[in-house]
Design a protein around this ligand. Structure first.
Ligand code: PXL
Length: 279
């Protein structure tokens, strides 16, 4: 009897369960995938604030990954928050030995602006982990950090991330999906994939949810889940995108009893959004 496929998330723990391994496990289970986890960092966090980050040792992280790979028929792997260069190197050392599909979500900062990454972290990603990836899923600011420059489109008709995505893909020789949540293009959240010399666009309605965080975690987990089911990369992304829209539409809003309209006013998000659009 064959059971559900198994996917491994190597990531941080978000105690309020919007992001990190908690988001990954919820996403895997919606897809009928058995999720297993290796924790890198424990983040004390509430929806609009990171209170503290507590790293496990790189050896403790490796021990979890090795134990799981030894015991389970892991079909696909994703990485999320790896807060130090030593954690990234430790993960790369273990994953170099295997050839399973690997989705790397290079978390360089939180949606509330906490910077998780130093220059050393960016270099460790570029040199050690990204070359092993089947897919890398940065948002636009992360992609710009990884490329090392800010490239703006020549015309408003060009997607804001087109050149950055292409350059990163060519530099690393890996598929790159730049997720659209940080750049509204033509009134939609449009993700852009560079894969084997071709560019693909995935558009979805822009859903402005001030209380949501961890959308990127759930998205990369959904792609990993579909890969674990055996879909190819392009189909996995095409299936994950509408799933994330549905998850956002039905997501828990925080604080309880306060709707997104009121939160938006509290956070002055229309201004932030207008500033983003005019960039
Ligand atoms: O959304 C990025 C992210 C990923 N992983 C963990 C986090 C966060 C955001 O704060 O806490 C564990």
């Amino acid at each position: 009897m064959s059971g559900p496929p198994v996917a491994l998330s190597i990531a941080g723990s978000d105690c309020c369960a919007g992001a990190g391994i908690q988001a990954d496990l919820k996403t895997f289970s919606l897809l009928g995938v058995h999720g297993v986890t290796a924790v890198s960092t424990v983040v004390a966090e509430t929806p609009r604030k990171v209170h503290g980050t507590h790293h496990l040792s790189p050896a403790a992280l490796q021990e979890q990954i090795l134990a799981l790979l030894d015991c389970y028929p892991v079909a696909a792997i994703k990485t999320g928050l790896l807060g130090t260069a030593a954690h990234i190197t430790a993960v790369a050392e273990v994953l170099e030995e295997q050839e399973k599909p690997l989705v790397v979500d290079p978390i360089l900062s939180s949606s509330t602006g906490t910077v998780f990454a130093s220059g050393e972290v960016v270099s460790a990603y570029r040199e050690r982990l990204l070359p092993l990836a089947s897919l890398v899923t940065p948002n636009l600011p992360e992609a710009e950090q990884l490329v090392g420059s800010r490239i703006r489109p020549e015309s408003p008709d060009e997607h804001p991330a087109l050149e950055t995505t292409r350059q990163l893909g060519e530099q690393l020789g890996t598929a790159i999906l730049v997720t659209g949540g940080h750049s509204v293009w033509k009134e939609e959240a449009t993700d852009i994939l560079y894969h084997q010399g071709k560019v693909y666009f995935y558009s979805a309605p822009w859903i402005d949810l001030p209380s949501a965080h961890g959308t990127g975690c759930a998205y990369s987990a959904a792609i990993t889940g579909y890969l674990a089911h055996g879909l190819d990369l392009v189909k996995s992304i095409g299936s994950a995108r509408p799933m994330i829209t549905r998850m956002l539409e039905t997501s828990y809003t925080w604080p309880p009893g306060i709707g997104n309209e009121e939160l938006r006013a509290l956070n002055q998000l229309p201004e932030r959004r207008a500033a983003r659009q005019s960039k």
